[in-house]
Design a protein around this ligand. Structure first.
Ligand SMILES: [Zn+2]
Length: 212
C-alpha cells in the first residue's frame, strides 16, 4: 500500500475506503475496456514499438514470405491478405515449383482467401504484396473486389498499380482499389535485387556480352 493510502487508512477511514474502492473500480473499467475495445496490439522489436495492425507490420509478413520464396530459388515476392486486422492468407511466388506461370504470390493468396471465406468476393480484404502487381494479378484483384492494395517496391517493366498502367484504379472498370505504394520499399526492392545479383554472378554472361 502506498504511503498516501496508509495515511488515509489511519487518519480518514471513510476516505481510505473510497480511495481503495475507486482504485478497484478503475481497474475493472480498464479490464472491461481492454476486453471490449478494438484490439490494437503492439510488440517491442529491436527498432522500437511496432503496431501489429499497421501497414509496416503486414508488409513485414509479406517480406518473410518473399524470403521463403528466395530460399526455394523462386523470384522473391510475398503476399498476405488481411481481413479486419487478421491475416487470412499467406503466399509466395511458386512459378518454378508448380511449373505454372500464374502461380504468383497474389494469385495464390487470393485463391487461399476465397477458400477460407467460401466466397469469391474478397470485399473488405486488403492485399499486402512486396512488389507492385503485374497485369494478371491486378485483374484477379479487381475481379475479387479487394478493398486495398499495399505494395512495397515498384515494378517499372510490368507494374499494373501505376508504373506501366493503372489497372487497379482504371476509371472504366467496375471496381477500383485504394492503393498505397512504397511501404518498406527499400527492403522489398533489396530482396529482389540481391536475388537477381546472385543469379547473374552464378551464371556470368558469355564472353563479349556486355552486362546490363
Ligand atoms: Zn502477378
Amino acid at each position: 500500500m502506498s504511503a498516501k493510502a496508509q495515511h488515509y487508512t489511519f487518519q480518514y477511514p471513510l476516505a481510505a475506503f473510497l480511495f481503495v474502492s475507486k482504485a478497484i473500480h478503475a481497474g475493472k473499467l480498464l479490464e472491461i475496456a481492454r476486453q471490449q475495445a478494438p484490439i490494437r496490439l503492439f510488440k517491442f522489436m529491436e527498432e522500437g514499438i511496432i503496431d501489429l495492425q499497421s501497414d509496416d507490420y503486414f508488409m513485414g509478413e509479406a517480406l518473410r514470405l518473399a524470403q521463403r520464396a528466395r530460399s526455394q530459388d523462386e523470384v522473391p515476392v510475398g503476399a498476405v491478405l488481411v481481413l479486419e486486422g487478421r491475416i487470412i492468407a499467406r503466399a509466395y511466388n511458386q512459378v518454378e515449383q508448380l511449373k505454372d506461370a500464374t502461380a504468383h504470390a497474389e494469385i495464390l493468396a487470393i485463391t487461399q482467401a476465397e477458400a477460407v471465406l467460401e466466397d469469391w468476393r474478397l470485399t473488405g480484404c486488403d492485399l499486402y504484396v512486396t512488389k507492385e502487381p503485374c497485369p494478371m494479378c491486378a485483374g484477379a484483384i479487381i475481379h475479387t473486389r479487394v478493398r486495398r492494395v499495399i505494395f512495397g517496391c515498384l515494378s517499372p517493366k510490368d507494374g499494373a498499380g501505376g508504373s506501366l498502367m493503372n489497372l487497379l484504379q482504371h476509371p472504366k472498370l467496375n471496381h477500383r482499389c485504394e492503393v498505397t505504394s512504397g511501404v518498406r520499399q527499400l527492403e522489398c526492392a533489396s530482396v529482389l535485387q540481391d536475388f537477381f545479383r546472385q543469379k547473374r554472378s552464378a551464371s556470368p554472361p558469355p564472353p563479349g556480352h556486355l552486362p546490363e
